[in-house]
Design a protein around this ligand. Structure first.
Ligand SMILES: Cc1ncc(C[n+]2csc(CCOP(=O)(O)OP(=O)(O)O)c2C)c(N)n1
Ligand SMILES: [Mg+2]
Length: 756
């Protein structure tokens, strides 16, 4: 029974919105010196902005060859500079704790520089020594700190140059820098792409009660992207009593690439207004100056406080301006005027803050010059060092794609101590069998008991038990903090699962029909699949995405597709597609223990099939297929529900034609048990592959390619693909029957192949 009832209520009235504060943090250094910053910290704010400015200016010099680390040096890659926006990065990062999280954007050099810089500033001597990975004895604290900053800038520049010693081993470059040790969950070159990841990190912080805040840095352009709205809504869900501790920070530099927010592509002048739509508190939204570092810092301090009190999320908009073009090839004068630029230059964050430092006698002209020279020299030094650093070895290209670790051997460390109801195994029939969907539930239940970091969410998975009843009862056992209904936000389901997997949970996310995976294209293909490799192979992503295939039920084009090839297209995902109740349980348990993202495909027709499932603990390794039927005349490769028709066809062929069919089921598509398939084809000399999907570009074609590549010599004839037609699944029963490969079609094809 639901705790929340929705009674009819039609009382006349008006919805009143609370006001949204505009530029109310108009503070001064004088005030803050008494309240929130020491003189040392005040200088560091300036130093951080100088590092960012100098770093970005260096990119311009490198690109225009005004600075050449060595003869013939070529700067390649993206150049989205944050000159003009230094106060946003610095103010924000200085207000966070060292272990708080951030996500960042294509214009993220400033975020990365400042996030790690402020972590370094907060380090003890021992931490500095460990960061530097040197003995460090005899060095002064200041010297260690300088070395740490230099190393940090070097790793940042080296990443821009695609070097092995860069933050991400040259796999990410300018637009994809991350440093998980510093809570930097990654810059993202997909506008808005990081927002659900941030929401997921917030979910994890909330569930693990780690008190960590997530600052999600995005440009104004992201405010109009679907994932933005899904993510903000996700963090504001009231079902946990409080939203998640995420600060969405819109760094509003007025433009997308050239598209202008105000008056052109957004109907609101202030993006903070968007906060009104997500919870009754307006997400505590406010708009502040992004040119005044102390205003930014104060707003983020306040927002972090709100989040740590359990009253997040928060939306902050900082009005700022990028002085350079969108990229260095951008013709910015085609879309903005010199007058506009001049006006904004009067608000240069470095000049504004420099004046405050001088006025308050925190620094003098000469100490400012000294600092600026130190910063300039350091940036030049690290640039030369980074340019001369080694490139990744070409042979290392595949390193960092998958983690080799699992949660096997966990013992009782994370065993669930409290359940709301006794977990119980399903009763077996006299043959020891249970339903496939019960095997799914049992697998989930056992893994959730074994590891309290495993959570399950998706649409309707809680009290209702999932659209196909494959999660029934789990909510009653584990409660809302482990099993919950998500909004109908497929992208956010996947993206938050990624963010929470990166930060300490082991989520199982459910997408009701595989057709809806197309809603999640970016989160699945650009985020989940790439996060480990692109950020230098360092992330662990223990994440399972469960979904279902249907077909044959008259549900037509958008609920009947067999899209297993889609996830298999993205290196970085494992793809599992079990046929029996035994397999579904064993493989699901393996998937949940794996430290990599696993795309797990169940079949709606199989949910109600029974199979023998032992009560004792077992798992099934990935990449190990199974011979479903031994035979000597022809190999039939298939998987999931399609195997049923194959087995029926094999029976007919044996009986009527004395053809002995061997049926092999790879069970996992990535990794694929090529050896098993090839071994079988080498034995029989013939092969047919059967898939439920249309043939063009299907996974069946990939299997055929592997057969041609590795078993060509053994083949007595061409390999045949039996698949659906090249049409969207039709609704009409006769049309759908015609579309799907059934036993009769398989028999017919095999008879033709064998000239019977
Ligand atoms: C989803 C997506 N669409 C388009 C682009 C191409 N693109 C890269 S940056 C950019 C502008 C982004 O504007 P904004 O979010 O305001 O960030 P800013 O560049 O101003 O920092 C565009 C359109 C992209 N990277 N991702
Ligand atoms: Mg912008």
């Amino acid at each position: 029974m639901r705790e929340i009832t929705v009674l009819p209520e039609f009382k006349k009235g008006e919805i009143a919105f609370k006001g949204i504060p505009l530029f109310q943090h108009n503070t001064t250094l004088k005030k803050e010196l008494d309240r929130t910053v020491s003189e040392k910290e005040a200088v560091r704010l300036f130093e951080s902005m100088l590092y960012i400015r100098e770093f970005e200016e260096m990119i311009i010099k490198l690109k225009s060859k005004k600075f050449t680390p060595f003869d013939g040096f070529q700067f390649i890659g993206a150049t989205h500079l944050s000159i003009g926006q230094e106060a946003v990065a610095t103010g924000t990062m200085s207000a966070l704790h060292a272990d708080d999280y951030i996500t960042s954007t294509h214009r993220g050099h400033g975020h990365s520089i400042a996030k790690v810089l402020f972590r370094i500033y907060s380090m003890t001597r021992d931490e500095l020594v460990s960061f530097l990975d040197v003995p460090g004895s005899g060095e002064s604290d200041d010297s260690l700190l300088e070395q740490a900053v230099s190393l940090h800038l070097f790793k940042t520049m080296a990443e821009l140059f695609g070097k092995e010693e860069g933050y991400c081993r040259g796999r990410g470059g300018s637009m994809h820098i991350a440093d998980f040790h510093s809570g930097h969950l990654g810059a993202n070159a997909i506008v808005g792409g990081s927002m659900a990841i941030a929401a997921g990190a917030g979910l994890c912080s909330h569930f693990l009660k780690s008190n960590k805040v997530v600052a999600c840095m995005v440009g104004d352009g992201a405010a109009n992207n679907g994932i933005c709205h899904e993510s903000m809504n996700f963090t504001a869900m009231p079902q946990f009593g409080a939203g998640f501790p995420v600060i969405f920070i819109f760094e509003n530099n007025q433009y997308g690439m050239s598209g202008q927010q105000s008056g052109e592509v957004a109907g609101v002048k202030y993006l903070s207004r968007r906060g009104v739509g997500f919870n009754e508190q307006n997400m505590h939204a406010r708009t502040e100056s992004g040119m005044h570092v102390l205003a930014v810092r104060n707003a983020v301090l306040e927002a972090a406080g709100i989040c740590r009190k359990g009253s997040g999320p928060v939306l902050l908009e900082f009005k700022t301006y990028r002085y350079a073009g969108h990229s260095l090839s951008d013709k910015r004068m085609t879309y903005r005027t010199a007058e506009e630029e001049e006006e904004w230059l009067k608000f240069d964050p470095l000049l504004l803050y420099k004046k405050e430092l001088l006025d308050n006698k925190v620094m003098t002209e000469s100490s400012i010059d000294d600092l600026a020279n130190k910063v300039k020299n350091m940036v030049e030094e690290v640039t030369i060092k980074a340019a001369n650093a080694s490139d990744p070895a070409p042979g290392s290209i595949s390193e960092g794609l998958f983690s080799s670790t699992t949660s096997e051997g966990l013992g009782d460390k994370h065993r669930t101590l409290k359940t709301f109801k006794e977990p119980k195994k399903f009763r077996r029939d006299s043959g020891g069998r249970i339903l496939y969907r019960h095997a799914v539930i049992e697998g989930l239940m056992e893994e959730m008991e074994r590891d309290d970091r495993v959570i399950l969410y998706g649409e309707d998975v809680a009290e209702y038990g999932g659209a196909f009843q494959a999660t029934v009862g789990l909510y009653d056992i584990f409660g809302r903090n482990r099993v919950f209904n998500s909004p109908i936000s497929e992208s956010a389901i996947i993206g938050t699962a990624l963010g929470s997997a990166m930060t300490g949970l082991r989520p199982v996310a459910e997408i009701m029909y595989i057709d809806f995976i197309l809603m999640t294209g970016d989160q699945l293909g650009n985020q989940v699949a790439k996060t480990k490799y692109m950020f230098g192979g360092k992330a662990k992503i223990p994440l399972v995405i469960r979904t279902t295939i249907g077909g044959g039920k008259g549900y037509a084009g958008q609920h009947s597709q067999s899209l297993e090839v889609f996830p298999a297209q993205f290196p970085g995902l494992k793809v599992v597609i079990p046929y029996t109740a035994y397999d579904v349980k064993g493989l699901l348990k393996t998937a949940i223990r794996d430290d990599n993202p696993v795309f797990f495909i169940e079949h709606q027709h199989l949910y109600v099939e029974k199979g023998v499932v032992p009560e004792e603990e077992y798992t099934i390794p990935f990449g190990k297929g199974i011979v479903r039927r031994e035979g000597k005349d022809i190999t039939l490769v298939s998987y999931s529900h399609q195997l049923k028709a194959c087995i029926e066809a094999a029976g007919i062929l044996e009986k009527e034609d004395s053809v002995d069919v061997e049926i092999v089921d790879p069970r996992t598509l990535v990794p694929l048990d090529v050896d098993m398939i090839v071994g079988s084809v080498n034995k029989t000399g013939r092969a047919v592959v059967v898939v439920q999907a249309p043939g063009r570009g299907s996974f069946g074609e990939h299997i055929i390619n592997k057969i041609q590549e590795h078993a060509f010599e053994s083949l007595k004839g061409p390999v045949k693909l039996i698949s659906a037609y090249e049409v969207p699944p039709p609704m009409s029963a006769p049309l759908e029957r015609e579309n799907l490969p059934d036993a009769a079609k398989i028999v017919k094809n095999i008879r033709e192949m064998m000239a019977i």
